[in-house]
Write a protein of this length. Structure first.
Lengths: 293, 332
């Protein structure tokens, strides 16, 4: 192996780690929602691209950097997620999976096609001033936009961790996830907690969208791909586990980047789905999930 | 019990006459309707058939598959590959297609059930196998790879090779849909069907009273997969082309599940009613979308319709409809 190759490999892994952080944040939203409500958000990728389109529109029409519009998008997504849970999803908690699937499929169809109707099928990206900047660490070159996006994702994941471990409402949500009946008995307003949870999960994916648009352009057809990708990441990491979602994101990000370097890039998702099958069969609680949850 | 008694016991004569009338109507229909109406009718029958096949696994045995494109795609590709490369007609190729799909179903089912994946986890496993196969077929040159597999169209109409116009495909899919309906009824009234229902309602209890749960679940997946593959064969020869993206795509898998869920899971009429509702809605929304000229508007209406149906008729349209029409006391 030549040193050139090793450098290219290290470069690909770094790139994968940085993108993987954003994947992780996206998957975190799915994982939080499932972990608390046992509802699989089949509209997750669709929510992701709505976040991407909003950040793109903010930049295109109002010259607001995605890193600035991100908090606004997160708040908007929180409100939308809260309302969605309250208005639509709430009665479906505990119902058979196929009914939840159909409900969220309807939501997904509406979201992605609103994007299509408003913006059209073409791909839209943004050109930041820092587009061609890079940081050099020894022989490694890190894209500035990718690094900023990864740092953004880490900060948000940290905030989320503080929310779930330090605040009263975050702790209540975890209590309701662990023991629904117990939470009801001690007088927690579980319906409201669920709505907050869906809001938080939606805010995560909206923020992830705002970060992702700085890395790659958005098209409506990305939505289904992101939904599947988020499934793969949370299952591999452990459905319902926060660290698992982040670790899964890194793993998938790196494997995609390395597969792109070593093999036919189209094989990268084959690897992801192969990994998904293996994890489902051998360790359905995920690589970092706890047994019996 | 003989087959015809099993088929007919407990069926009100009125229901039987209505079914016969419907079948007779469908047999003569192509001679009285225009090309467009015929294509819509073909689409309805296709979704009714493939929904009936999916319903055996989910509606009867209670296993949620969101990867049925795997079986339809395999069926289509096997039959089309044999026809393109060896000139082997689909009437023979269909056996290879069904065998391949049943084998794939056995693998997915065995792994899933052996490692006791249930609900969402099993559904994700079926998606993963479908997607895995989709990408694999992108790289299989014998099947045309990602550039697609095309069937010869410049040949003389020959029903033995399933080469012909819409009439031929209409009668083939009508026969399939009618046969699947009868088969589903026979299965439900058999020991096998009763075991499936027992497993669906409570697998542990079924196991406890001596039902070999794993074996019967596998039989449900394999039956469903083999029947689905026939729809794949029909589809391949009707449209004359196959691409991994569409044949194995998640979109195909989802569209297979919709008619039975919308119509009424586990019921015999559910997939048929669901196919009529969905295809009808699709056509109305398409023309509405064309009038308005906004891309995606059709799908927005479609999504809204799905939401409304699942919110107000979560058990499906048929159980409610049959009550309104006053037929057959308990929904079937």
């Amino acid at each position: 192996m030549t040193s050139d190759f090793l450098l290219a490999l290290a470069q690909a892994i770094t790139k994968g780690l940085l993108t993987g952080m954003v994947y992780g944040l996206m998957a975190l939203g799915l994982s939080v929602i499932f972990g608390v409500m046992r509802v699989v958000n089949f509209a997750h990728g669709e929510m992701m691209i709505v976040g991407m389109y909003l950040a793109w529109a903010g930049f295109e029409y109002f010259q607001i950097s995605p890193l600035v519009s991100l908090p606004l998008i997160a708040v908007l997504f929180f409100v939308m997620g809260y309302a969605l849970q309250r208005g639509l999803i709430s009665p479906f908690i505990g119902r058979p999976e196929h009914q939840q699937f159909l409900l969220l499929l309807g939501v997904a169809l509406i979201l992605v096609n609103i994007c299509l109707a408003v913006v059209g099928p073409d791909s839209h990206g943004i050109q930041l001033d820092s587009q061609f900047d890079s940081y050099e660490i020894g022989p490694l070159v890190l894209d500035a936009v990718r690094l900023h996006a990864a740092i953004g994702a880490i900060v948000i994941a940290g905030l989320l961790w503080l929310f779930f471990t330090r605040t009263r409402i975050g702790k209540s949500i975890r209590a309701a996830a662990d023991n629904n009946m117990g939470a009801l008995v001690v007088g927690l307003n579980v319906r409201r907690l669920y709505a907050v949870t869906f809001g938080v999960g939606a805010a995560c994916v909206g923020a992830a969208g705002a970060l992702m648009i700085t890395i790659i352009p958005v098209t409506p057809s990305l939505a289904a791909e992101y939904t599947l990708l988020a499934f793969v990441i949370v299952i591999v990491g452990g459905l319902g586990s926060m660290t698992g979602a982040l670790a899964g994101g890194l793993l998938i990000g790196v494997s995609e980047a390395v597969a792109g370097l070593l093999a036919d890039p189209s094989l990268k998702s084959m690897f992801s789905f192969g990994l998904l099958i293996l994890v489902l069969l051998l360790r359905p609680q995920g690589l970092l999930g706890k047994r019996g949850t | 019990m003989t087959i015809h008694r099993r088929l007919l016991s407990g069926v009100a004569p009125r229901t039987l006459w209505m079914l016969m009338g419907l079948l007779a109507l469908l047999i003569v229909a192509p001679h009285f309707i225009d090309k467009y109406a015929l294509s819509v009718l073909i689409l309805i029958l296709y979704f009714a058939y493939v929904g009936q096949a999916w319903n055996i696994m989910m509606g009867f045995a209670g296993e949620l598959s969101l990867g049925h494109a795997l079986y339809a795609g395999l069926g289509g590709y096997v039959a089309a590959g044999l026809f393109t490369h060896y000139g082997l007609g689909p009437w023979a190729g269909v056996f290879a297609a069904a065998a391949a799909a049943a084998l794939a179903g056995a693998i997915v089912g065995y792994l899933g059930f052996r490692f006791s994946l249930a609900g969402v986890y099993f559904a994700l496993l079926t998606i993963a196998f479908g997607e895995f196969t989709r990408i694999a077929f992108d790289h299989l040159d014998w099947f045309g790879g990602s550039a697609g597999l095309f069937l010869k169209v410049d040949v003389a109409p020959n029903p033995l090779d399933l080469r012909g116009g819409p009439f031929l495909f209409y009668y083939v899919i009508l026969a399939l849909a009618a046969a699947a309906f009868v088969l589903s009824r026979l299965l439900l009234e058999s020991r096998l069907g009763r075991y499936w229902l027992a497993i669906r309602e409570d697998a542990e209890a079924a196991q406890a009273v001596g039902v070999p749960v794993l074996r019967y679940k596998l039989m449900a997946v394999m039956t469903s997969a083999a029947l689905t593959s026939l729809a794949g064969v029909w589809n391949a020869f009707y449209y004359n082309n196959l691409f991994p993206e569409t044949a194995f795509g998640i979109g195909r898998s989802i569209e297979i599940t919709l008619a039975p869920i919308i119509g009424g899971l586990g019921t015999l009429f559910g997939p048929i009613v669901g196919a009529v509702v969905l295809t009808g809605m699709g056509e109305v929304f398409t023309s509405l979308g064309d009038t308005l000229g906004i891309p995606g508007i059709k799908q927005i209406f479609y999504g809204l319709a799905l939401l409304i149906i699942v919110m107000y008729r979560p058990a499906g349209v048929w159980p409610w409809l049959s009550e309104q029409l006053g037929i057959g006391g308990r929904p079937r």
